[in-house]
Design a protein around this ligand. Structure first.
Ligand SMILES: C[S@@+](CC[C@H](N)C(=O)[O-])C[C@H]1O[C@@H](n2cnc3c(N)ncnc32)[C@H](O)[C@@H]1O
Length: 272
């Protein structure tokens, strides 16, 4: 697999998903329990903009939705009846101030080239609410895959997030007061993101599963191969099951994923 030099949480290359997104819809299907948490956060918003909309996952069916996405490869995977999509980037939203009741961005903001600018844009075009779903990079060490097999992932995370509360503070600085709600990952999560298979470790051995997870594309093939070989060996010998027996009796796990809700005011965002 081709390796990329760009990094998440700023400085990401804008065409990342044109390069890694070709099989996204194969393993990334919206999980209805996570969808429920996102949709509840949208409240009674009628018009909604989905930024970094990808193939259309988590778009609520009962609102008037507009999608925005920079990758043609991802847009091509939107179902025929998905909401209308505008080609564009979070950092420069082609919409007026207060154009939508709510703006949502799911598993996207860590990919933006300029995250603060993107968040200010979300705040500017949202009349009532901004809703994000994403993982706190400061909690990346909650996941056994990272700590035991792929510690190189921690090196991708900017050091500022090692300070407890730094990620939340960064969001608050741009969005104003936020409500932050943990969203545990169900053991049978249908959206194959990085943490989705915490109770199904064999899944990470599958190259198709890994192709739907950007973390693997951003690490060296040497680090990924070594991690997968070690995991395969531990699954064969039963060592993984010995170490993680308690996980097999757990139905959902906190891995640092959250819904973040903000209510923009004229003091937040980039309104002029
Ligand atoms: C992990 S995917 C999530 C897609 C979708 N929201 C979902 O939940 O399935 C990340 C998405 O963010 C998009 N993205 C990357 N950079 C972006 C930017 N600067 N502005 C908006 N979206 C961006 C990618 O093209 C990709 O579709």
């Amino acid at each position: 697999m081709e390796r990329l030099t760009s990094r998440p949480w700023g400085g990401q290359k804008a065409d990342l998903y044109d390069r890694i997104g070709r099989t996204y819809a194969t393993t990334r299907r919206p999980d209805l329990r996570i969808a429920g948490a996102i949709w509840a956060a949208l409240g009674d918003a009628h018009t909604v903009l989905n930024v970094g909309a990808g193939a259309g996952n988590y778009e609520p069916p009962d609102r008037t939705l507009t999608a925005l996405e920079p990758s043609e490869v991802m847009i091509a995977q939107r179902p025929p009846r998905a909401a209308p999509v505008v080609l564009g980037r979070a950092e420069e939203l082609p919409f007026d101030n207060d154009a939508f009741d709510a703006v949502m961005a799911v598993l996207s903001d860590h990919h933006w080239t300029d995250r603060d600018r993107g968040l200010r844009e979300l705040s500017r075009v949202a009349r009532r609410r901004v809703v994000l779903f994403n993982a706190n990079p400061g909690e990346a060490d909650l996941f056994w895959l990272t700590t035991e097999y792929l510690p190189e992932f921690l090196e991708l995370i900017p050091s500022r997030y090692q300070t407890p509360g730094a990620w939340e503070q960064e969001l608050q600085t741009v969005l104003g007061d936020i409500v932050i709600t943990p969203v545990p990952v169900p053991h049978d999560c249908t959206d194959g993101f990085y943490g989705a298979y915490w109770r199904r470790p064999e899944a990470y051995l599958d190259p198709t599963v890994r192709a739907g997870i950007s973390v693997f594309a951003q690490l060296s093939s040497r680090a990924v191969d070594r991690a997968i070989d070690a995991l395969r060996a531990d699954l064969e010998t039963g060592r993984w099951h010995e170490r993680h027996r308690e996980l097999l009796r757990t139905d959902e796990l906190h891995l640092g994923y959250y819904v973040i809700t903000a209510e923009p005011t004229s003091q937040t965002g980039g309104r002029t």
